[in-house]
Ligand binder design. Structure first.
Ligand code: IPM
Ligand code: MG
Length: 357
């Protein structure tokens, strides 16, 4: 019997609802697997600010570092919009404190959901893109950063900063991932304007020499944003820096019909991986039992694959998710009327343990 020690960080808004759903599903996936699950829950984001005055209490970061994997819900909300320290700082601190420099965001269009997308169904058939977003560098973390001066002389500065080793390690992960897929990497930058992007392009090209079996193309971010809508099937692995990755993965979510279905996994360092749905805290939905749990549940699928190395369990879960999306019930963001619980139950009932246990 092996053990999975999971640190659960529900956070704000719909975070607690979707992590609760994801945990129930994970429990069912592990029945009969020989893996014993133990969970501990910790504060992050606005919830942590309220209780401790900090968005990432030391105890949370320590628990996350000591776990085998971390499951996070969401952080942020309008209550903290003008707080001196924002809940989002907790998430950024967690990502950098865990050293999870590569954020994997697979985007697949489920059959049955194509009609939910604003794009024509024939453009979407077979779309299967793995975004790999650099997660611990760039303008999110560069210093100096801040607003100074008094009106009308106020100024603001952000700093984008990348070292070549930071680029190389995430590029390597992208090329290795492409080898498990269709052997193509599209690297997205703004090399016609930004120095960080010019270095990005050089280092990615240099790294590519070690992977002659993987095709590499460079694409400027503005043109990529357009191509993603015109020919989304063109892409296999898309590698990009932190800020571009944040923006482009929300754009990519439109292809799938709802941001609510997208999962993510972050890792690359020696420590535990971090799993979180791509959607945010959705304060308007919080506490109503209507949040779409599929993004968090699909993140559990990534955990089964990356932390536990149990691809067969991940595939069983993926099949169950596919059936629920096709046959329902689904939440209002996907055009249904079901609650978070009803969708979660439907997923569980399609797992082998949901029938047998
Ligand atoms: C995401 C989110 C975060 C980000 C926010 C909540 C800080 O938008 O994970 O995509 O910008 O990285
Ligand atoms: Mg985002």
């Amino acid at each position: 019997m092996s053990q999975l020690r999971l640190a659960v960080l529900p956070g704000d808004g719909i975070g607690p609802e979707v992590t609760g759903a994801a945990l129930r599903v994970l429990g069912h996936c592990l029945v009969g697997s020989g893996v014993e699950l133990s969970c501990s829950e910790h504060l992050i984001g606005g919830a942590a600010l309220e209780r401790s005055g900090e968005p990432l209490p030391t105890a949370t970061l320590e628990a996350a570092r000591g776990a085998d994997a971390v499951l996070l819900g969401a952080v942020g909300g309008p209550v903290w919009e003008s707080a001196p320290v924002r809940p989002e700082a907790g998430l950024l601190g967690l990502r950098s404190g865990l050293g999870v420099f590569a954020n994997l965001r697979p985007v697949r269009v489920w059959p049955g959901l194509a009609a939910r997308s604003p794009l024509r169904a024939e453009l979407l058939e077979g779309v299967d893109v793995l975004f790999i977003r650099e997660l611990t560098g760039g303008v999110y973390f560069g210093r100096p950063q801040g607003i100074s001066g008094k009106p009308p002389q106020r100024r603001a500065v952000d700093t984008s900063d990348y070292g070549e080793l930071e680029i190389e390690r995430v590029a390597e992960l992208a090329f290795r991932s492409a080898r498990q897929r269709r052997h193509r990497v599209t690297s997205v930058d703004k090399a016609n304007v930004l120095a960080t992007s010019r270095l990005w392009r050089q280092v990615v090209s240099e790294t590519a020499r070690e992977y002659p079996d993987v095709g590499l193309e460079h694409c400027l971010v503005d043109s990529f944003a357009l191509r993603l809508l015109l020919q989304p099937r063109d892409f296999d692995v898309v590698l990009t820096e932190n800020l571009f990755g944040d923006i482009l993965t929300d754009e990519a979510a439109a292809l799938t019909g709802s941001l609510g279905v997208l999962p993510s996994a972050s890792g690359g360092g020696a420590g535990p991986w971090l799993y979180e749905p791509v959607h945010g805290s959705a304060p308007d939905l919080a506490g109503r039992g209507l949040a779409n749990p599929l993004g968090a549940i699909a993140s559990v699928g990534l955990l089964l694959e990356h932390t536990l190395g149990r691809r067969e369990l991940a595939e069983t879960l993926q099949r169950a998710l596919g059936e629920v999306v096709r046959e329902g019930p689904v939440t209002p963001d996907l055009g249904g009327t079901a609650s978070t619980d009803q969708v979660t139950e439907a997923v569980i009932s399609r797992l082998p343990s949901g029938v047998a246990a």
